[in-house]
Design a protein around this ligand. Structure first.
Ligand SMILES: Cc1cc2nc3c(=O)[nH]c(=O)nc-3n(C[C@H](O)[C@H](O)[C@H](O)COP(=O)(O)OP(=O)(O)OC[C@H]3O[C@@H](n4cnc5c(N)ncnc54)[C@H](O)[C@@H]3O)c2cc1C
Length: 403
């Protein structure tokens, strides 16, 4: 029998946001999640101004803020030149209800999203320990094979939304190709309980050629001590994991940033491969992709999950018309075009620029960059133009112009 519920694969942040949006308009949802809990990865931590309004619209902003912070300032530093510029997001109040970004760990984000889904009594059934292993489809249905604690089971559903992350089994099982590339260098992420706020603020992009750093404070819960500072730096191609994941190397990265007389307490260290990739289609028949299942980019500038939230918003609006108003499902092709072309023409481009700006070696070019940032910080209109793009608002406009 074909289920009368929409199935979502993955209870990561994008799966949860999509489920919340669909449930709020009365669409019944089942989430199939491979793990025993909502995704607790420590990856994203920064939600741009337009995303904050979307999170308010789906009813999870207040809860998110119980363990997150409203951040109106960010800093661009050139560590080599010893110059910094503070940028204030307040000017985005021209366009958005909540002119601040939110910082909150992705683990907290997924947790509170799940709590809102449960607390508000929506018709959402989350099946943990359910790993999708294959999918096939015909004109009427998607057939999903799922490994569960009780063995393999087959589900038939009208629609499947793949929110199962970068290695998406939904995408692979439909043979949807990923285009793009992986950077030869990788990122090392170190987290510490040491408070770096007075010197580095809440968010500091520190350019310095190959020795760049990103410093960010990440709240991850309601307690006074529920926060960590994350420092990200690049590691050169060919470097072995054990040469950077050891205590001495990680201490040296932190001590170079701010010398301490004692070792830093390091709570987490991880290496990430850095991709710039997106799927050749975000929709194939009755299967739709959203979030990292359909696109990945380097994390500088915090564009990945934010664009996943934008995918969800776009999809919820169109899918509701198909489900609730019997609109022709060709509207889902528009979802594909709008989000895929926005990914190609805006998100990929911006995230590559963000990485390259950090890594400029030419000192003259770097002086010019800091002059430019100082210039916009003190001119409201120029600042607005810069921030409208930085916060991904113009990528949403771009998507709306795609027909
Ligand atoms: C270091 C780092 C920092 C980042 N910082 C930011 C940031 O500040 N801002 C930002 O916007 N983005 C950031 N990103 C990107 C962001 O983390 C991702 O875009 C985000 O995790 C995507 O969410 P998702 O729900 O699409 O996928 P995921 O978070 O990968 O979740 C996928 C879910 O699907 C489940 N799943 C997987 N396979 C199956 C299966 N076969 N069956 C059932 N379930 C399955 C998984 O268990 C998981 O729960 C960062 C990324 C990294 C690596």
């Amino acid at each position: 029998m074909i289920s009368k519920r929409v199935h979502i694969c993955g209870a990561g942040p994008v799966g949860i946001v999509t489920a919340l949006g669909l449930c709020r308009v009365g669409i019944p949802v089942t989430i199939l999640e491979a793990d025993e809990d909502v995704c607790q990865d420590l990856k994203a931590c920064y939600y741009h101004v337009p995303s904050v309004d979307i999170l308010e619209d789906i009813g999870m902003l207040d809860k998110l803020l119980e363990g997150g912070t409203k951040d109106q300032e960010l800093r661009f530093t050139d560590a080599g030149l010893g110059r910094s510029v503070d940028i204030n997001l307040g000017v985005l109040s021209r366009n958005f209800r909540n002119p601040y970004a939110v910082s909150a760990g992705q683990d907290w984000f997924a947790r509170v999203g799940y709590e809102v889904l449960k607390a508000d009594g929506y018709d959402c059934d989350v099946q943990f320990g359910h790993r999708v292993v294959s999918t096939r489809q015909d004109a009427e249905r998607v057939t999903v094979e799922v490994d569960t604690p009780k063995g393999r089971k087959t589900i038939q559903t009208q629609w499947l939304i793949g929110c199962d992350g970068g290695r998406s089994q939904v995408r692979r099982s439909q043979d949807i190709k990923l285009g793009g590339f992986t950077w030869p260098d990788r990122f090392l992420l170190i987290e510490t309980s040491h408070d770096l706020e007075p010197e580095f603020g809440r968010l500091d992009y520190r350019a310095n050629g190959p020795d760049w750093r990103l410093v960010i404070r990440i709240p991850f819960g309601p307690g006074a001590n529920d926060w960590t500072y994350r420092v990200v730096c690049g590691i050169q191609e060919g470097t072995a994991d054990e040469d950077v994941l050891n205590e001495a190397f990680c201490q040296s990265r932190l001590q170079e940033l701010k010398p301490l007389s004692v070792p830093y307490e390091i709570t987490n260290k991880t290496i990430y491969n850095v991709h710039q990739k997106y799927a050749e289609t975000f929709r194939k028949g009755r299967i739709i992709l959203a979030g990292d299942a359909s696109h990945m980019n380097n994390p500088i500038g915090g564009l990945g999950l934010n664009s996943g939230i934008h995918d969800a918003q776009n999809l919820i609006e169109k899918f509701s018309k198909v489900w609730l108003e019997n609109e022709d499902d060709s509207i889902l092709d528009l979802y594909d075009r709008q989000r895929r072309l926005t990914c190609r023409d805006c998100i990929q481009k911006m995230s590559i620029e963000n990485k390259e700006r950090n890594e400029i070696t030419d000192l003259g070019e770097r002086e010019k960059m800091m002059d430019y940032l100082e210039g916009i910080a003190s001119d409201e209109d120029k600042l607005h133009t810069f921030l409208y793009r930085w916060a991904m608002a113009d990528s949403l406009d771009y998507a709306n112009r795609v027909s």
